[in-house]
Design a protein around this ligand. Structure first.
Ligand code: FPP
Length: 232
């Protein structure tokens, strides 16, 4: 493939429906979905993607039943216990985007430990968006900017690049993928997807694999990215 997107965002949707179709509890879908994170991170790393941003928990997901929220809080611990060695061997760097503070202490600690342990790895940045919502991200950025201006730390002269610097995710997204057939963005990376190519696949996240990622990148290569200009 000639053109590998540097930054890919994924809305990992369909875990619940995948589980229901198999007569399993929704949590089984999330467990399988966590294994898909491993598969897709390794594939993206092999392909030379720089950053993969995965929507693991939105600011709206707190509305789900307590047992499901509880399980989602435990999953990072299960995931890193199983796969941190492999992430290290493959040079993958873990980061997160969102407000970690609302999670239980042990969830915060396992994520921070994975970030610290992998911080010098030179490969893919695997960014977990957790307690993340794009409007909230923009609101927090505005509040921080207003504070910086009011305290005399900076002039009121912000540029588009500097807006990005106030956000959790500073990069522009090249390719945005949503699994499981819904045609929505669901408050994900609204600023960052300004010029992203969007791909909606019917495949449920637990079934998404290396081949699916490669197909999305092939489709991305067929697109003509003009950024509002004309084709060269
Ligand atoms: C959406 O499917 C999925 C989520 C809300 C959770 C995604 C989380 C993971 C894949 C695992 C996270 C693990 C780590 C290590 C961070 P849904 O439940 O909305 O599915 P449905 O639309 O079919 O009900």
């Amino acid at each position: 493939m000639k053109n590998i997107p540097q930054t890919i965002g994924i809305i990992m949707d369909g875990n619940g429906r995948w589980a229901k179709a198999k007569g399993l509890p929704r949590t089984a879908g999330h467990k399988q979905g966590a294994d898909t994170i491993r598969t897709v991170a390794l594939a993206a790393n092999d392909l030379g993607v720089k950053k993969l941003i995965l929507y693991a928990f939105s600011t709206e997901n707190w509305k789900r039943p307590d047992d499901e929220v509880g399980y989602l809080c435990k999953l990072p611990g299960i995931f890193f216990a199983r796969y941190i060695k492999e992430l290290m061997e493959n040079g993958i760097r873990v980061t997160f985007a969102g407000e970690l503070e609302r999670f239980p202490k042990d969830t915060q600690e396992v994520i921070q430990k994975a970030v610290l342990q992998t911080k010098d790895n030179p490969g893919l940045e695997l960014c977990i968006a957790i307690n993340y919502g794009s409007r909230r991200e923009i609101l927090l950025a505005m509040q921080k900017y207003a504070k910086d201006v009011a305290s005399g730390n900076r002039e009121n002269d912000i540029t588009e690049e500097e807006v990005s610097n106030y956000l959790f995710v500073k990069e522009d997204v090249d390719l945005m993928i949503r699994t499981s057939g819904e045609l929505r963005i669901s408050n994900y990376l609204l600023w960052q997807i300004a010029y992203a190519e969007l791909i909606f696949t019917p495949v449920a996240w637990p079934d998404f694999d290396r081949e699916c990622l490669e197909q999305c990148i092939e489709e991305y290569n067929r697109r003509d990215r003009r950024y509002g200009g004309l084709t060269k």
